[in-house]
Design a protein around this ligand. Structure first.
Ligand code: ZN
Ligand code: ZN
Length: 250
């Protein structure tokens, strides 16, 4: 599996980081996990073909995670010499279909899926089995219906928290994951409810016994701070700090 960081920040604009977005390529599949503004544009920058995306996994409905859903749907309709027939699976929290319907109410035919089916999977605690991979979800401690994801393919596993505070569900979901991707919004001294800090992320990684920890979703307040040092207080394994455009083999 190849993991690509499309955005490692939030909606607050900085030169270095765009809003949250991950791409995971394996077998014939290309899966997106969240897609804040700019994520879609970063696919061609990483030589990834947006037309191949067969699954969107959305953790919750905050703008830094979903705002590129609209341009994605637009691109499916208006790319010259491309008619999409590939079904699109969209996996996310309760309210997913309503979210799409409301967007369709605003943008109408510009984003409406006309040549391909969209298959919505509204999840809380679930295990979805596809032809050659599985997606497991558990509720996270963030917004009313936020979920985290665990993708499994040929014995390899990737776990993504989306936004969350410390909770047992992310420890459970991340158990012995090959890569555990955790949000890391604020430094330890600026702990904010509903989000993790480097040391809390390290505590989760240690309790889950993951193989690698990848930290992402950095607010600009981290500029110039030693994130690794704060995280190392709790976790002695491999820690990677996400950067936009980074590629990791799992
Ligand atoms: Zn959020
Ligand atoms: Zn966020």
């Amino acid at each position: 599996m190849e993991l690509y960081i499309l955005g490692s920040g939030t909606c607050i604009p900085t030169v270095e980081r765009g809003p949250s977005g991950l791409a995971l390529a394996f077998g014939s599949h290309l899966i997106l996990f969240d897609g804040g503004g700019g994520s879609l544009r970063n696919l061609p920058s990483l030589s990834l073909d947006f037309r191949r995306v067969d699954c969107l996994c959305i953790t919750h409905f905050h703008p830094d995670h979903v705002s590129d859903f609209v341009p994605f749907l637009f691109a499916m309709n208006y790319t010259v010499d491309f008619v999409r027939s590939l079904p699109l699976h969209v996996i996310g929290p309760k309210g997913l279909r309503n979210f799409y319907d409301q967007l369709r109410g605003i943008f109408g035919r510009w984003i409406e899926a006309r040549t391909y089916p969209i298959l919505f999977h509204e999840t809380e605690e679930s295990l979805l089995s596809f032809a050659d991979f599985t997606i497991e979800t558990l509720p996270m401690a963030h917004s009313a219906a936020s979920v985290g994801f665990r993708a499994m393919f040929q014995g390899r596993s990737l776990v993504y928290s989306g936004d969350t505070d410390y909770c047992q569900n992310i420890v459970k979901l991340g158990r012995e994951a090959d890569v555990l991707i955790l949000e890391c919004s604020f430094p330890d001294e600026r702990k904010t409810a509903g989000h993790l800090t480097p040391s809390l992320a390290g505590k989760i990684a240690r309790e889950a016994s993951c193989r690698k920890l990848l930290l992402t979703h950095f607010y600009p307040v981290f500029a110039g701070r030693d994130i690794l040092k704060e995280c190392r207080q709790e976790f002695s394994g491999t820690i990677i700090l996400a950067e936009d455009g980074m590629q990791i083999t799992i």
